[in-house]
Write a protein that binds this ligand. Structure first.
Ligand SMILES: [Zn+2]
Ligand SMILES: [Zn+2]
Length: 186
């Protein structure tokens, strides 16, 4: 059985449950991010989905979890962190007649407007939809710890390790600059 594929004939009135384990490197956007060192994955993606049919729409509700390695946005140190998220995707079968009236780009845009993903034939490939969810779940400003002190803007030393000599003067200098700015505008 191919990974991340659901067969529509198996999704009827009864809910279909499936578990997948996917190497994140097989997903093209994530593979590119790993290559650019934007993030790394220490564990495969564990994905569980439940699929059911509502009229002509296929609803896929799921959960994924993995472990990522990413750089802290304050101290720039790499750290490992678990990452997990729930998701819900709605798939619609592409209507062949529509292709004659609209071009493929237009259809894709129209379906995106209402949050639908589309598929052809009898197989729903979850790869693209799930990859999008994983990318969206990546932290925008990752922090190794909520109270990470970051790097000193002057000497660059990691303030989590030790207080550097220039830290306090750096802060008071910044305030002094602000004060001067205010005075100048008067
Ligand atoms: Zn940090
Ligand atoms: Zn310093």
């Amino acid at each position: 059985m191919k990974n991340l594929i659901l067969h529509t004939e198996q999704i009827k009135d009864k809910e279909l449950s499936r578990n997948f384990e996917e190497d994140p490197r097989t997903l093209p956007i994530i593979a590119a991010m790993i290559k650019n060192q934007a993030c790394n994955f220490c564990k495969p993606l564990k994905i569980s989905v439940k699929a059911f049919k509502i009229r002509e729409l296929f609803e896929v509700e799921g959960h994924f979890e993995t472990h990522i390695r990413i750089s802290c946005s304050r101290c720039l140190k790499d750290f490992d962190t678990p990452m997990a998220s729930d998701f819900a995707l709605t798939y619609a079968r592409e209507v062949p007649g529509l292709m004659d009236v609209l071009d493929e780009k237009e259809i894709e845009l129209k379906l995106e407007d209402v949050g639908l993903l589309y598929f052809r034939g009898e197989e729903i490939n979850l790869q693209q939809g799930i990859e999008e969810q994983v990318v969206m779940a990546l932290p925008v400003r990752p922090l190794c710890a909520q109270n990470c002190k970051g790097l000193c803007p002057h000497c660059g030393s990691d303030l989590n390790q030790k207080e550097c000599a220039c830290e306090h003067t750096a802060r008071s200098n910044q305030f002094a600059v602000l004060k001067n700015l205010k005075l100048d505008t008067k």
